[in-house]
Design a binder for this molecule. Structure first.
Ligand code: PMP
Length: 352
């Protein structure tokens, strides 16, 4: 595709002379004594600033994700990458972005924080993506299209051909958030980065990797886009403890794969049992580690479950999700507990 990324970068970011941190300057030369960064000489190893570009971690990730290390950005959760997309590409008060609806809420929140107009295009029945409608919502000031597959909160994977239509016809940034792609059988977009220089794919350690606490998100994109993210990010945005834990996880892939298999086995069982409940109106297809279900009265059932000590996500006030609950697939015991509580619920009479 004939596309020059510099054409859509914010002018102040094009001009920006980034902060050069102490560890950027010395890099590449052997050293024993570090008196460059005003660190404490005590309390090793926590006294030292972490690697600003997380090179060891990216090298390992590169092998697992099949993406070259210089096409990887790491941040404080994928939420950091979402915010960076606005800060690098969108001029406050001038530019706009287009997103599907319903979808992950942070795309809209970050648009508001950055004072960028957020345009939404409702998904079709069955929460299907219609590329023409998304493209029709764009104009000359549209810098970004947000897609999420499998989509949160609907759980379904968006149609690949429709996503490709958007990638082939839009001359701005297309973000495909694949936070849940490990749970899906679809081919991930991150392995096709070379086809689209304006594609950014998001991944996270918070879902399949069981590491929401360490706050580590990934963005995969062209070298030019990654260089822009590195220019704008905080110098030491991923702390040392997080880098160390992520490296340890990457050395123990068997564990993650066992967890993934367990969730994939539990998901259809839980969904089928949920569909049998008298309070359930519809269970929507899912390729994620959660599913969306329409129930008789989402508010009442949500509150009933809270009384039972069980928390699900009430999505009833989200567009196209009236009376819907979003339920994460838990451990076999947790799922059994959820189902047992719901079986005791009387549709018209509340708690049994
Ligand atoms: N994208 C999607 C689709 C999500 O659902 C979430 C979290 N629920 C995120 C991104 C953010 O993930 P992280 O923990 O990496 O910030």
């Amino acid at each position: 595709m004939n596309f020059n990324i510099q054409d859509i970068v914010r002018p102040n970011i094009q001009r920006l002379k980034p902060y050069s941190c102490a560890r950027d300057e010395f890099k590449g030369r052997p050293a024993r004594v570090f008196l460059d960064a005003n660190e404490s000489p005590y309390n090793q190893p926590y006294n030292r600033y972490p690697d600003p570009l997380q090179e060891e971690l990216k090298k390992l990730l590169s092998e697992v994700k099949c993406v070259p290390a210089d096409q990887i950005f790491l941040g404080n959760g994928s939420d950091e990458a979402i915010d960076l997309v606005y800060r690098v590409f969108c001029q406050p008060g001038i530019d706009n972005v287009v997103a599907i609806e319903p979808t992950y809420g942070m795309y809209g929140v970050c648009a508001d924080i950055n004072d960028v107009a957020y345009r939404t295009v409702p998904l079709e029945p069955g929460y299907r993506l219609n590329a023409e409608k998304v493209l029709a919502a764009t104009d000359a000031q549209t810098k970004v299209i947000w897609l999420c597959t499998p989509n949160n909160p609907t759980g379904n994977a968006l149609n690949r051909t429709e996503i490709e239509k958007i990638l082939d016809n839009f001359r701005g940034i297309v973000v495909v958030d694949e936070a849940y792609s490990d749970f899906s059988a679809e081919r991930p977009f991150r392995v096709d980065l070379e086809r689209w220089p304006h594609l950014i794919v998001l991944n996270t350690f918070s879902k399949a990797w069981g590491c929401a606490a360490i706050r580590l998100g990934m963005a995969f994109a062209s070298k030019d886009i990654i260089a822009l993210f590195n220019k704008v990010k905080y110098p030491y945005n991923v702390n040392e403890l997080t880098q160390q834990k992520a490296i340890a996880m990457l050395h123990d892939l068997t564990k993650v794969n066992l967890w993934l298999a367990a969730i994939r086995t539990e998901r259809p069982k839980l969904m089928a049992a949920f569909a049998e409940l008298s309070l359930c109106e519809e269970v929507y297809p899912s390729e994620a580690n959660f599913f969306l279900a329409r129930v008789t009265d989402a508010d009442v059932i949500y509150n009933y479950l809270i009384e039972c000590g069980i928390v699900v996500r009430n999505r009833t006030r989200v567009a196209l999700c009236g009376n819907c609950l979003r339920i994460t697939v838990g451990s076999p015991n947790e799922n059994t507990e959820l189902l047992a509580a719901l079986r005791k619920f009387r549709v018209n009479g509340g708690k049994a």
